[in-house]
Design a protein around this ligand. Structure first.
Ligand SMILES: [Mg+2]
Length: 218
């Protein structure tokens, strides 16, 4: 049998890191009220994009202060070993985030380049005057989605169309649709619960060590 091409598509917030970026900024700068847009999203009153955009725009600290908070975010220590192994095995790498690239590039910029990881995300720009401004791609962008800005589902869909075997890892609400399409799913938190409810098979996923071991065997 001809060996299939493989892609590894990974969420950022809460999957590569231990918690969402807005949880870190809320803890650092705000009280619980700052999470009102997120609660409105969970209640179906706001899009995911709108909720994140509102929360990010509240941040008004100095650039240095925000960068300090970003640098304090926990990144899974086995991420790099996993990406290195994948590149050695010719596995295509994607990070798909319904957050934005401002904090992702600050944390992972060098690694994305080193391992040729394709980042699909909304754009983020920061100044203390405007807050962290999140912009969705143009509607003509092939992975555009009105609900989340970028569509992880479309990324997985395209890879499947192109003949890839897709391994997906995620934790949040925007990860449910891509998990339904992926061949193998590593799920945590909200996504794990949703996969159980929908009868989607998932792999053990406590940390990237589990993903690393999976790719070693693949
Ligand atoms: Mg997430």
């Amino acid at each position: 049998m001809k060996k299939k091409k493989i892609a590894f598509v990974c969420d950022f917030d809460g999957t590569i890191t231990d918690d969402d970026f807005f949880a870190y900024t809320t803890k650092a700068y705000f009280d619980e009220q700052a999470l009102d847009p997120w609660r409105a999203f969970l209640a179906g009153q706001k899009t995911h994009f709108r909720a994140l955009k509102e929360m990010f725009s509240q941040i008004r600290v100095s650039v240095a202060e925000l960068q300090k908070t970003i640098d304090s975010i926990f990144v899974d220590p086995d991420l790099e070993a996993t990406w290195r192994l994948c590149r050695n095995k010719n596995i295509s790498l994607y990070v798909c985030s319904a957050g934005n690239d401002y904090y992702i590039r600050r944390l992972l910029g060098d690694l994305l380049e080193k391992y040729n990881v394709c980042l699909v995300s909304n754009a983020g720009k920061y100044s203390p005057e405007t807050g962290l401004v999140m912009t969705a791609p143009e509607e003509t962008y092939p992975y555009y989605d009105a609900e989340t800005g970028i569509s992880k589902k479309s990324v997985v869909e395209k890879l499947k169309e192109d003949g890839f075997f897709v391994v997906f890892a995620g934790d949040g609400p925007p990860d449910v649709a891509p998990a339904e399409l992926a061949d193998v799913v590593f799920a945590k938190k909200f996504l794990l619960k949703a996969c159980r409810e929908k009868g989607i098979k998932t792999e053990k996923f406590e940390s990237f060590r589990d993903i690393l071991n999976y790719f070693k065997e693949l």
